[in-house]
Design a protein around this ligand. Structure first.
Ligand SMILES: Nc1ncnc2c1ncn2[C@@H]1O[C@H](COP(=O)(O)OP(=O)(O)OP(=O)(O)O)[C@@H](O)[C@H]1O
Length: 354
């Protein structure tokens, strides 16, 4: 089977294969095993490890901001992710540029040069038609994060596929704890709540996806399944869409993100008003800290639910020409505002009865 896969004439020049899952699910371990097998097949492959490419301070500033901030919550982290895709695009168009890239605040250029090293060949061999594989290793826990990769594959007519590593939360946490620099447990737990694993039934663009259970050891036949998936993707390159289905899908995700962003802003304003009221009622500073944490936690849960709800309903909203800003306003006022008042009154009452 392996030889048969490698000898077929493959139609795409390159494949973007996304590996997604929780921290500790085993993505890096698997990508390196796939890299080894792909090389044995005579393919050129590179592991694009976001952790190695994106400067560490970008990640930790996101995490530490309010204890459980996830790295996507900020446009800043998004711009790092987009920079990775821009580097891939540039490499595919002009690989020779990689040796003279200027330094960048978004990406470790030296790490990038090292990452694509296996894809570079002496000039006389560059036209040998060997496919290039980019094994993208990050959590990719929202489908919108993976969709950005899909869009690049479509733009450049590349193969695209996804491998989801399904692993128990407890296993991820325990593997993570044994690492020299573990990801905060809270971050893993928050990510698990938000995780949108590939769902080809709901999102047709995710049709070339497999799920591997990595709670136990990943077997040789799992690796073989990944190789076959990549081979299939290389044989079925994406093409820029002739109808506007994909554009609609991208608009839908963009709309959902904008809804969450607008709601986030509105909640922040309400939280800051609540903090002001608490101060005016002389709630002591140690209680103010707890109050802020409770309100932020409540906001995170509200935004998470809102995002899920909008991803399901936004198509309907767009078709019905509903005013999204109005809907957001109503949701914030009717759901979050009530919860906020409930939390605030608990603190004011406690303080007054002390
Ligand atoms: N299938 C497995 N069985 C047992 N241990 C594993 C397995 N896969 C990975 N590990 C171990 O778990 C730890 C985390 O693995 P790895 O770095 O591959 O996870 P990851 O998903 O890439 O995490 P992150 O998203 O944080 O980079 C490592 O110590 C690794 O050796």
């Amino acid at each position: 089977m392996a030889a048969a896969v490698s000898q077929r004439v493959l139609k795409a020049p390159a494949c973007l294969c996304v590996f997604c899952g929780l921290p500790g699910a085993g993505k890096s371990t698997l990508t390196h095993r796939v890299l080894g097998t792909a090389t044995e097949h005579g393919w050129k492959a590179a592991v694009v490890s976001y952790d190695e490419l994106i400067p560490e301070q970008a990640y930790y500033s996101e995490v530490e901001e309010d204890g459980v901030k996830l790295k996507d919550m900020h446009t800043n982290w998004k711009s790092h992710r987009q920079a990775v895709l821009q580097y891939i695009e540039q490499f595919l168009k002009r690989p020779e540029v990689v040796v003279e890239l200027p330094s960048s605040p978004l990406i470790h250029v030296a790490a990038w040069q090292l990452c694509v090293q296996p894809l570079l060949q002496p000039e006389e061999l560059n036209t040998d038609g060997t496919p290039q594989l980019f094994l993208l290793d990050d959590n990719f826990y929202y489908q919108s994060m993976r969709h950005e990769v899909y869009q690049l594959a479509r733009k450049l007519s590349l193969g695209f596929c996804q491998v989801y590593l399904q692993c128990d939360l407890e296993t991820c946490i325990s593997r993570n704890q044994s690492r020299p620099r573990p990801t905060p447990v809270k971050v893993i737990m928050e990510m698990e709540k938000r995780l949108e694993c590939p769902n080809p039934h709901k999102n047709p663009w995710e049709f070339q996806s497999i799920s591997l259970n990595s709670t136990n050891d990943v077997s040789k036949s799992d690796i073989q399944r990944v190789i076959e998936l990549i081979s299939m993707a290389l044989n079925n390159p994406l093409s820029p869409a002739e109808d506007n289905t994909e554009q609609k899908e991208a608009d839908r995700l963009k709309c959902a993100m904008s809804v969450v962003h607008q709601a986030d802003q509105a909640c922040r304003r309400l939280i800051s008003e609540a903090m002001k009221t608490a101060r005016e009622n002389q709630v002591p500073s140690e209680h103010m800290r707890v109050l802020a944490a409770r309100l932020n936690e409540c906001k995170a849960t509200f935004l998470l639910d809102l995002r899920k709800q909008f991803l399901q309903e936004v198509r309907f909203l767009q078709e019905e020409d509903v005013n999204v800003a109005q809907v957001v306003k109503r949701a914030v006022e009717s759901v979050f505002d009530d919860k906020k008042n409930e939390i605030l009154s608990q603190f004011i009452i406690i303080h007054k009865t002390m």
